[in-house]
Design a protein around this ligand. Structure first.
Ligand code: ZN
Length: 237
């Protein structure tokens, strides 16, 4: 049995309605309870967290680890190091790598690299469409079985509404959300910032809010089309 006492930190734990300076005891990797700062006891290790926040690990639902393909920017190991340095114990990584995360093997690759890093819990997303090209659906069934937590063509919108409709059937079937990069490329028309007074002043091409809103509205309509997960059409292969 290994025990750790974290002293003098400000504990912020919404699940316990705690926001106070108190000591935290961890036994064998699990929170054992809180004790007053004056309480005595012997512990295998004591950590002084004065001036620091002690909280449950943060979760990042949308990060980019860039491996495979862009290791000059980030790897799964360096991303996991950065995560834990910032208090993030779980991170969900987007599949717009090179190659993209399209198959069960690709999902297994991310898990294996994360295991080697041995730091944050890394949960991969798989692509909605192969290569994020929007032309054919990736195999959501095999990726879900391999542990993909969600599906996304992040970096690119799922511009084809028919493709999105079928992707949503997969979402219901496997209970995995679709994370869409909502941006109608025709309305966005190459804009590089929000359209308005500042884009005019800077002489930069703006992008109207409708570019995002139109696709959000489309996706909500598509979601409403199916009241339940039964009787779903199977996506074409
Ligand atoms: Zn992103």
């Amino acid at each position: 049995m290994t025990s750790i006492r974290i002293r003098n930190g400000r504990v912020i734990d919404p699940s316990q309605r705690r926001y106070e300076v108190v000591d935290l005891v961890i036994v064998d990797g699990h929170v054992d309870g809180y004790i007053g700062q004056e309480a005595q006891g012997s512990f295998d290790r004591e950590i002084d967290a004065a001036g620091m926040v002690v909280s449950p690990g943060f979760v990042d639902l949308h990060c980019h680890l860039r491996e495979p393909g862009f290791e000059d920017k980030e790897t799964i190991a360096t991303g996991a190091m950065a995560a834990v340095a910032g208090g993030f114990t779980t991170i969900c990584c987007m599949p717009n790598t090179n190659p993209t995360i399209d198959t069960a093997n690709d999902i297994a690759f991310v898990f294996a690299a994360a295991r080697r890093a041995g730091l944050a819990r890394v949960l991969p997303l798989g692509t909605v469409t192969r290569g994020e090209l929007g032309r054919e659906l990736s195999d959501a069934t095999e990726m879900a079985a391999a542990g993909a937590v969600a599906f996304s063509d992040d970096g690119r919108p799922i511009w084809d509404g028919r493709m999105m409709r079928y992707a949503l059937t997969n979402s219901l079937r496997h209970h995995k959300p679709i994370v869409n990069h909502c941006e109608d490329p025709v309305i966005a028309d190459g804009g590089v910032m929000n359209e308005g007074r500042i884009s005019d002043l800077l002489g930069l091409k703006g992008q109207p809010p409708a570019a995002e809103e139109v696709m959000v509205a489309r996706d909500i309509e598509l979601c409403c089309a199916w009241p339940s997960a039964t009787d779903l059409p199977y996506p074409p292969r």
